[in-house]
Ligand binder design. Sequence first.
Ligand code: PLP
Length: 419
Amino acid sequence: MRSKTLFEEAKRHIPGGVNSPVRAFEPNPFFVKEAKGARIYDVDGKEYIDYVMGYGPLLFGHANERIINRVKEAVERGTLYGAPTEEEVELARRIKKFYPSIEMVRLVNSGTEATMHAIRLARGFTGRRKIIKFEGCFHGSHDSVLVKAGSGALTFGIPSSSGVLEDTARHTLVSRYNDISLTEEIARRNGDDLAAIIVEPVMANSGLIPPDIEFLRGLRSIADELGCVLIFDEVVTGFRLSPGGAQEYYGVKADLTTLGKVLGGGFPIAAFGGREEIMRNISPSGRIYQAGTFSGNPVSVAAALAVTEMINEGIYSYLRDYGKKLVSAIRDIIDDRNLKATVNHVESMFQIFFTDRVRTYEEALSSDLKKFRAYFMKMLEKGIFIPPSQFETCFISTAHSDEEMKITIEALDEALKIV
Ligand SMILES: Cc1ncc(COP(=O)(O)O)c(C=O)c1O
Protein backbone atom coordinates (compact mmCIF):
# COMPACT_ATOMS: atom_id res chain seq x y z
CA MET A 1 0.00 0.00 0.00
CA ARG A 2 1.76 3.10 -1.26
CA SER A 3 -0.62 5.46 0.61
CA LYS A 4 0.27 3.81 3.91
CA THR A 5 4.00 4.07 3.25
CA LEU A 6 3.66 7.67 2.14
CA PHE A 7 1.68 8.54 5.28
CA GLU A 8 4.40 7.07 7.51
CA GLU A 9 7.01 9.04 5.55
CA ALA A 10 4.88 12.21 5.59
CA LYS A 11 4.57 12.09 9.38
CA ARG A 12 8.37 12.37 9.63
CA HIS A 13 8.34 15.70 7.77
CA ILE A 14 4.91 17.30 8.15
CA PRO A 15 3.06 17.59 11.49
CA GLY A 16 0.55 14.73 11.53
CA GLY A 17 1.52 13.95 7.94
CA VAL A 18 -0.92 16.47 6.45
CA ASN A 19 -1.07 20.15 5.59
CA SER A 20 -4.55 20.63 7.06
CA PRO A 21 -5.78 18.58 10.01
CA VAL A 22 -9.09 17.32 8.60
CA ARG A 23 -7.21 15.36 5.93
CA ALA A 24 -5.69 12.95 8.47
CA PHE A 25 -7.53 9.81 9.49
CA GLU A 26 -6.62 6.37 10.78
CA PRO A 27 -5.17 4.06 9.70
CA ASN A 28 -4.07 6.36 6.86
CA PRO A 29 -5.58 8.73 4.33
CA PHE A 30 -5.27 7.73 0.68
CA PHE A 31 -2.72 9.79 -1.23
CA VAL A 32 -4.06 11.27 -4.44
CA LYS A 33 -2.61 10.75 -7.89
CA GLU A 34 -5.16 12.71 -9.90
CA ALA A 35 -8.80 13.68 -10.17
CA LYS A 36 -11.29 14.44 -12.92
CA GLY A 37 -14.96 15.38 -12.76
CA ALA A 38 -16.58 13.66 -9.77
CA ARG A 39 -13.82 11.05 -9.49
CA ILE A 40 -10.57 10.99 -7.59
CA TYR A 41 -7.78 8.38 -8.02
CA ASP A 42 -5.25 7.33 -5.42
CA VAL A 43 -1.62 6.28 -5.79
CA ASP A 44 -2.62 2.62 -5.32
CA GLY A 45 -4.85 2.71 -8.38
CA LYS A 46 -8.19 2.89 -6.56
CA GLU A 47 -10.98 5.14 -7.87
CA TYR A 48 -13.44 7.03 -5.66
CA ILE A 49 -16.57 9.06 -6.27
CA ASP A 50 -15.81 12.28 -4.44
CA TYR A 51 -18.23 14.10 -2.13
CA VAL A 52 -15.47 15.99 -0.31
CA MET A 53 -14.83 18.10 -3.37
CA GLY A 54 -11.89 19.86 -1.80
CA TYR A 55 -14.17 20.73 1.17
CA GLY A 56 -16.52 22.75 -0.98
CA PRO A 57 -14.74 24.69 -3.73
CA LEU A 58 -15.26 22.26 -6.62
CA LEU A 59 -18.79 23.18 -7.65
CA PHE A 60 -17.88 22.19 -11.22
CA GLY A 61 -15.93 19.05 -10.31
CA HIS A 62 -12.23 18.32 -10.57
CA ALA A 63 -10.15 19.71 -13.43
CA ASN A 64 -13.08 21.43 -15.12
CA GLU A 65 -11.96 22.17 -18.66
CA ARG A 66 -13.17 25.74 -18.84
CA ILE A 67 -11.46 26.67 -15.61
CA ILE A 68 -8.26 24.86 -16.53
CA ASN A 69 -8.11 26.43 -20.01
CA ARG A 70 -8.64 29.91 -18.59
CA VAL A 71 -5.89 29.34 -16.08
CA LYS A 72 -3.50 27.96 -18.70
CA GLU A 73 -3.97 31.08 -20.82
CA ALA A 74 -3.37 33.25 -17.75
CA VAL A 75 -0.24 31.42 -16.64
CA GLU A 76 1.35 32.02 -20.04
CA ARG A 77 1.00 35.75 -19.49
CA GLY A 78 2.77 35.69 -16.10
CA THR A 79 1.68 34.61 -12.64
CA LEU A 80 2.13 37.68 -10.47
CA TYR A 81 2.57 41.35 -11.31
CA GLY A 82 2.48 43.35 -8.09
CA ALA A 83 0.33 45.80 -10.04
CA PRO A 84 -3.40 45.84 -10.80
CA THR A 85 -5.09 44.22 -13.80
CA GLU A 86 -8.28 44.82 -15.78
CA GLU A 87 -9.40 41.28 -14.89
CA GLU A 88 -9.50 42.14 -11.16
CA VAL A 89 -11.82 45.03 -11.91
CA GLU A 90 -14.05 42.79 -14.00
CA LEU A 91 -14.19 40.18 -11.22
CA ALA A 92 -15.10 42.84 -8.64
CA ARG A 93 -17.88 44.05 -10.97
CA ARG A 94 -19.25 40.51 -11.29
CA ILE A 95 -19.13 39.78 -7.57
CA LYS A 96 -21.09 43.00 -6.93
CA LYS A 97 -23.68 41.98 -9.49
CA PHE A 98 -24.26 38.62 -7.82
CA TYR A 99 -24.28 40.12 -4.30
CA PRO A 100 -26.26 43.37 -4.19
CA SER A 101 -25.15 43.93 -0.57
CA ILE A 102 -21.55 44.16 -1.78
CA GLU A 103 -20.83 47.69 -2.95
CA MET A 104 -17.05 47.31 -2.78
CA VAL A 105 -14.94 44.20 -2.58
CA ARG A 106 -11.35 43.27 -1.90
CA LEU A 107 -9.72 40.03 -3.04
CA VAL A 108 -7.61 37.91 -0.71
CA ASN A 109 -6.29 34.35 -0.86
CA SER A 110 -8.19 32.29 1.67
CA GLY A 111 -11.36 32.25 3.73
CA THR A 112 -9.27 32.72 6.85
CA GLU A 113 -7.86 35.97 5.52
CA ALA A 114 -11.31 37.13 4.45
CA THR A 115 -12.91 36.71 7.89
CA MET A 116 -9.84 38.04 9.70
CA HIS A 117 -9.89 41.24 7.66
CA ALA A 118 -13.67 41.58 7.81
CA ILE A 119 -13.52 41.43 11.62
CA ARG A 120 -10.68 43.96 11.81
CA LEU A 121 -12.60 46.21 9.45
CA ALA A 122 -15.76 45.94 11.58
CA ARG A 123 -13.76 46.82 14.68
CA GLY A 124 -12.00 49.72 12.99
CA PHE A 125 -15.22 51.05 11.49
CA THR A 126 -17.28 50.92 14.68
CA GLY A 127 -14.46 51.72 17.13
CA ARG A 128 -15.75 48.79 19.23
CA ARG A 129 -13.97 45.65 20.40
CA LYS A 130 -16.31 42.70 20.81
CA ILE A 131 -17.71 40.27 18.30
CA ILE A 132 -20.36 37.57 18.61
CA LYS A 133 -19.78 34.20 16.98
CA PHE A 134 -21.79 31.00 17.26
CA GLU A 135 -20.73 27.76 18.88
CA GLY A 136 -19.99 25.26 16.10
CA CYS A 137 -19.46 27.82 13.32
CA PHE A 138 -15.98 27.88 11.83
CA HIS A 139 -14.51 31.00 10.29
CA GLY A 140 -10.94 29.92 9.59
CA SER A 141 -7.89 29.59 11.77
CA HIS A 142 -7.09 33.04 13.18
CA ASP A 143 -7.11 34.04 16.81
CA SER A 144 -10.40 35.97 17.15
CA VAL A 145 -12.44 33.02 15.90
CA LEU A 146 -10.55 30.08 17.44
CA VAL A 147 -12.78 30.56 20.41
CA LYS A 148 -15.40 28.42 22.08
CA ALA A 149 -17.96 29.01 24.80
CA GLY A 150 -16.57 29.13 28.32
CA SER A 151 -17.99 26.42 30.54
CA GLY A 152 -21.41 27.22 31.97
CA ALA A 153 -22.25 30.78 31.06
CA LEU A 154 -22.27 31.48 27.36
CA THR A 155 -20.58 34.84 27.62
CA PHE A 156 -16.87 35.42 27.19
CA GLY A 157 -15.22 32.94 24.88
CA ILE A 158 -12.17 30.92 25.78
CA PRO A 159 -9.45 29.82 23.36
CA SER A 160 -10.26 26.66 21.43
CA SER A 161 -6.59 26.30 20.50
CA SER A 162 -3.55 26.54 22.62
CA GLY A 163 -1.56 29.61 21.59
CA VAL A 164 -4.62 31.85 21.36
CA LEU A 165 -4.44 34.45 24.13
CA GLU A 166 -7.24 34.57 26.66
CA ASP A 167 -7.07 38.35 26.30
CA THR A 168 -7.97 37.94 22.63
CA ALA A 169 -10.60 35.26 23.18
CA ARG A 170 -12.50 37.26 25.77
CA HIS A 171 -13.43 39.79 23.13
CA THR A 172 -15.25 37.04 21.25
CA LEU A 173 -18.66 36.32 22.75
CA VAL A 174 -20.13 32.95 21.93
CA SER A 175 -23.83 32.42 21.38
CA ARG A 176 -25.99 29.49 20.30
CA TYR A 177 -26.85 29.04 16.61
CA ASN A 178 -30.57 29.36 15.83
CA ASP A 179 -31.16 30.88 19.29
CA ILE A 180 -32.14 34.48 18.64
CA SER A 181 -33.24 35.32 22.18
CA LEU A 182 -29.91 34.30 23.72
CA THR A 183 -28.09 36.20 20.97
CA GLU A 184 -30.21 39.28 21.55
CA GLU A 185 -29.50 39.12 25.27
CA ILE A 186 -25.73 38.85 24.75
CA ALA A 187 -25.79 41.58 22.10
CA ARG A 188 -27.76 44.01 24.27
CA ARG A 189 -25.53 43.38 27.26
CA ASN A 190 -22.52 44.36 25.15
CA GLY A 191 -24.20 46.81 22.77
CA ASP A 192 -21.83 49.76 23.27
CA ASP A 193 -18.81 47.63 22.61
CA LEU A 194 -20.21 45.21 20.03
CA ALA A 195 -18.43 45.60 16.68
CA ALA A 196 -19.82 42.65 14.75
CA ILE A 197 -21.86 39.51 14.62
CA ILE A 198 -20.27 36.88 12.40
CA VAL A 199 -22.27 33.86 11.30
CA GLU A 200 -22.29 31.06 8.76
CA PRO A 201 -25.75 31.55 7.22
CA VAL A 202 -25.86 27.76 6.89
CA MET A 203 -23.72 26.05 9.49
CA ALA A 204 -21.49 23.74 7.46
CA ASN A 205 -18.77 23.05 9.99
CA SER A 206 -20.68 20.97 12.54
CA GLY A 207 -22.02 18.60 9.99
CA LEU A 208 -24.72 20.57 8.23
CA ILE A 209 -27.23 22.64 10.19
CA PRO A 210 -29.72 24.80 8.29
CA PRO A 211 -30.72 28.15 9.78
CA ASP A 212 -34.16 29.14 10.94
CA ILE A 213 -34.99 32.00 8.64
CA GLU A 214 -36.22 33.97 11.67
CA PHE A 215 -32.78 33.55 13.22
CA LEU A 216 -31.07 35.20 10.23
CA ARG A 217 -33.69 37.95 10.12
CA GLY A 218 -33.30 38.44 13.86
CA LEU A 219 -29.54 38.93 13.48
CA ARG A 220 -30.23 41.60 10.86
CA SER A 221 -32.55 43.44 13.27
CA ILE A 222 -30.12 43.23 16.19
CA ALA A 223 -27.29 44.61 14.05
CA ASP A 224 -29.51 47.43 12.78
CA GLU A 225 -30.65 48.34 16.26
CA LEU A 226 -27.24 48.22 17.94
CA GLY A 227 -25.26 49.66 15.04
CA CYS A 228 -22.90 46.69 14.77
CA VAL A 229 -21.74 45.07 11.55
CA LEU A 230 -23.47 41.87 10.43
CA ILE A 231 -20.92 39.62 8.72
CA PHE A 232 -22.21 36.69 6.73
CA ASP A 233 -19.39 34.23 6.32
CA GLU A 234 -20.36 32.81 2.93
CA VAL A 235 -17.04 31.05 2.35
CA VAL A 236 -19.03 27.82 1.98
CA THR A 237 -22.46 29.08 0.87
CA GLY A 238 -21.22 31.76 -1.53
CA PHE A 239 -22.09 30.78 -5.14
CA ARG A 240 -23.14 27.35 -3.83
CA LEU A 241 -26.73 27.93 -2.72
CA SER A 242 -27.49 30.36 -5.51
CA PRO A 243 -25.57 32.92 -7.61
CA GLY A 244 -26.05 35.36 -4.72
CA GLY A 245 -25.32 32.74 -2.04
CA ALA A 246 -27.28 32.51 1.19
CA GLN A 247 -28.28 36.16 1.02
CA GLU A 248 -30.23 35.62 -2.16
CA TYR A 249 -31.44 32.21 -0.99
CA TYR A 250 -32.82 33.39 2.36
CA GLY A 251 -33.47 37.02 1.46
CA VAL A 252 -31.41 38.52 4.28
CA LYS A 253 -28.65 41.05 3.57
CA ALA A 254 -25.33 41.32 5.38
CA ASP A 255 -23.23 44.46 5.91
CA LEU A 256 -20.05 42.55 5.12
CA THR A 257 -19.74 39.24 3.30
CA THR A 258 -16.84 36.85 3.08
CA LEU A 259 -16.48 34.61 0.04
CA GLY A 260 -13.97 31.90 -0.85
CA LYS A 261 -14.07 28.25 -1.87
CA VAL A 262 -16.42 28.07 -4.93
CA LEU A 263 -15.24 31.47 -6.17
CA GLY A 264 -11.86 30.05 -7.25
CA GLY A 265 -13.11 26.71 -8.62
CA GLY A 266 -10.17 25.00 -6.91
CA PHE A 267 -7.68 27.88 -7.00
CA PRO A 268 -6.83 29.93 -3.91
CA ILE A 269 -8.87 33.09 -3.92
CA ALA A 270 -11.31 34.65 -1.48
CA ALA A 271 -12.92 38.02 -0.97
CA PHE A 272 -14.57 40.27 1.54
CA GLY A 273 -16.91 43.04 0.64
CA GLY A 274 -19.94 45.01 1.65
CA ARG A 275 -21.29 48.49 2.21
CA GLU A 276 -19.13 51.18 0.65
CA GLU A 277 -19.32 53.30 3.81
CA ILE A 278 -17.50 50.47 5.62
CA MET A 279 -15.22 49.21 2.86
CA ARG A 280 -13.71 52.59 1.96
CA ASN A 281 -11.98 52.61 5.36
CA ILE A 282 -9.49 50.01 4.15
CA SER A 283 -5.98 51.05 3.22
CA PRO A 284 -4.92 52.80 1.06
CA SER A 285 -8.19 54.78 0.95
CA GLY A 286 -8.68 54.45 4.73
CA ARG A 287 -6.82 53.77 7.94
CA ILE A 288 -7.62 50.08 8.45
CA TYR A 289 -4.70 48.07 7.20
CA GLN A 290 -5.03 45.10 4.89
CA ALA A 291 -2.60 43.75 2.28
CA GLY A 292 -1.44 40.61 0.49
CA THR A 293 1.36 39.72 -1.95
CA PHE A 294 -0.74 37.17 -3.82
CA SER A 295 -4.10 38.95 -3.52
CA GLY A 296 -5.84 39.26 -6.87
CA ASN A 297 -3.11 37.28 -8.62
CA PRO A 298 -3.90 36.76 -12.31
CA VAL A 299 -4.04 32.96 -12.11
CA SER A 300 -6.69 32.75 -9.38
CA VAL A 301 -8.57 35.67 -10.90
CA ALA A 302 -8.71 33.85 -14.26
CA ALA A 303 -10.17 30.79 -12.51
CA ALA A 304 -12.73 32.99 -10.74
CA LEU A 305 -13.72 34.64 -14.02
CA ALA A 306 -14.42 31.20 -15.51
CA VAL A 307 -16.42 30.24 -12.41
CA THR A 308 -18.49 33.42 -12.44
CA GLU A 309 -19.33 32.82 -16.11
CA MET A 310 -20.49 29.26 -15.47
CA ILE A 311 -22.53 30.37 -12.44
CA ASN A 312 -24.67 32.28 -14.92
CA GLU A 313 -25.59 29.13 -16.80
CA GLY A 314 -28.46 27.75 -14.77
CA ILE A 315 -26.61 25.06 -12.84
CA TYR A 316 -28.60 25.29 -9.63
CA SER A 317 -31.63 23.27 -10.68
CA TYR A 318 -29.32 20.41 -11.69
CA LEU A 319 -27.53 20.48 -8.32
CA ARG A 320 -30.84 20.76 -6.46
CA ASP A 321 -32.31 17.72 -8.27
CA TYR A 322 -29.25 15.59 -7.63
CA GLY A 323 -29.30 16.58 -3.95
CA LYS A 324 -33.01 15.86 -3.58
CA LYS A 325 -32.80 12.45 -5.25
CA LEU A 326 -29.77 11.33 -3.29
CA VAL A 327 -31.11 12.54 0.04
CA SER A 328 -34.50 10.97 -0.54
CA ALA A 329 -32.76 7.64 -1.27
CA ILE A 330 -30.79 7.99 1.99
CA ARG A 331 -34.01 8.76 3.89
CA ASP A 332 -35.65 5.66 2.40
CA ILE A 333 -32.76 3.47 3.56
CA ILE A 334 -32.91 5.01 7.06
CA ASP A 335 -36.70 4.51 7.25
CA ASP A 336 -36.72 0.97 5.82
CA ARG A 337 -34.11 -0.15 8.32
CA ASN A 338 -35.55 1.93 11.17
CA LEU A 339 -32.09 3.36 11.85
CA LYS A 340 -31.37 5.94 14.50
CA ALA A 341 -30.04 8.33 11.86
CA THR A 342 -31.05 11.53 10.15
CA VAL A 343 -29.88 13.47 7.13
CA ASN A 344 -29.64 17.25 6.89
CA HIS A 345 -29.72 18.79 3.47
CA VAL A 346 -29.56 22.22 1.83
CA GLU A 347 -29.35 22.28 -1.99
CA SER A 348 -26.01 20.64 -2.95
CA MET A 349 -24.84 20.00 0.64
CA PHE A 350 -25.84 17.16 2.94
CA GLN A 351 -24.70 15.19 5.96
CA ILE A 352 -25.89 12.06 7.79
CA PHE A 353 -25.92 12.04 11.60
CA PHE A 354 -26.41 8.95 13.76
CA THR A 355 -28.93 10.48 16.12
CA ASP A 356 -32.63 11.41 15.95
CA ARG A 357 -32.54 14.96 14.65
CA VAL A 358 -30.05 17.79 14.34
CA ARG A 359 -31.15 21.38 14.44
CA THR A 360 -28.59 22.65 16.94
CA TYR A 361 -24.90 22.26 17.61
CA GLU A 362 -25.65 20.25 20.78
CA GLU A 363 -27.78 17.84 18.75
CA ALA A 364 -24.94 17.44 16.23
CA LEU A 365 -22.64 16.52 19.14
CA SER A 366 -25.08 13.78 20.15
CA SER A 367 -24.39 11.82 16.96
CA ASP A 368 -22.84 8.38 17.49
CA LEU A 369 -19.27 8.89 16.25
CA LYS A 370 -18.43 5.17 16.30
CA LYS A 371 -21.26 4.57 13.85
CA PHE A 372 -20.12 7.48 11.73
CA ARG A 373 -16.63 6.02 11.60
CA ALA A 374 -17.98 2.60 10.54
CA TYR A 375 -20.10 4.27 7.85
CA PHE A 376 -17.15 6.34 6.61
CA MET A 377 -14.81 3.34 6.41
CA LYS A 378 -17.38 1.23 4.55
CA MET A 379 -18.08 4.03 2.07
CA LEU A 380 -14.35 4.36 1.47
CA GLU A 381 -14.03 0.63 0.90
CA LYS A 382 -16.92 0.86 -1.59
CA GLY A 383 -15.12 3.66 -3.43
CA ILE A 384 -17.04 6.67 -2.12
CA PHE A 385 -15.03 9.48 -0.54
CA ILE A 386 -16.94 11.48 2.07
CA PRO A 387 -15.33 13.69 4.73
CA PRO A 388 -13.82 11.52 7.47
CA SER A 389 -15.29 13.77 10.16
CA GLN A 390 -18.93 13.80 11.26
CA PHE A 391 -18.54 17.55 11.61
CA GLU A 392 -17.96 18.27 7.94
CA THR A 393 -20.36 18.40 5.00
CA CYS A 394 -20.71 16.42 1.76
CA PHE A 395 -20.68 18.47 -1.43
CA ILE A 396 -22.25 17.70 -4.81
CA SER A 397 -20.87 19.12 -8.05
CA THR A 398 -22.22 19.54 -11.56
CA ALA A 399 -19.90 16.66 -12.54
CA HIS A 400 -21.94 14.17 -10.46
CA SER A 401 -24.20 12.31 -12.91
CA ASP A 402 -26.80 9.52 -12.78
CA GLU A 403 -23.98 7.01 -12.90
CA GLU A 404 -22.40 8.43 -9.73
CA MET A 405 -25.84 8.61 -8.09
CA LYS A 406 -26.48 4.90 -8.75
CA ILE A 407 -23.10 3.76 -7.42
CA THR A 408 -23.42 6.04 -4.39
CA ILE A 409 -26.85 4.70 -3.42
CA GLU A 410 -25.65 1.09 -3.74
CA ALA A 411 -22.70 1.89 -1.47
CA LEU A 412 -24.93 3.70 1.04
CA ASP A 413 -27.20 0.70 1.16
CA GLU A 414 -24.23 -1.49 2.15
CA ALA A 415 -22.61 1.05 4.48
CA LEU A 416 -25.78 1.74 6.41
CA LYS A 417 -26.26 -2.03 6.94
CA ILE A 418 -23.32 -2.18 9.29
CA VAL A 419 -24.17 0.78 11.53
C1 PLP B 1 -17.40 29.04 6.75
C2 PLP B 1 -15.91 29.07 6.61
N1 PLP B 1 -15.27 30.23 6.76
C3 PLP B 1 -13.93 30.32 6.61
C4 PLP B 1 -13.18 29.21 6.32
C5 PLP B 1 -11.71 29.32 6.16
O1 PLP B 1 -11.38 29.23 4.81
P1 PLP B 1 -9.91 28.80 4.35
O2 PLP B 1 -9.75 27.35 4.69
O3 PLP B 1 -9.91 29.07 2.87
O4 PLP B 1 -8.95 29.66 5.08
C6 PLP B 1 -13.80 27.98 6.15
C7 PLP B 1 -13.02 26.78 5.84
O5 PLP B 1 -13.48 25.67 5.79
C8 PLP B 1 -15.21 27.90 6.30
O6 PLP B 1 -15.87 26.74 6.16
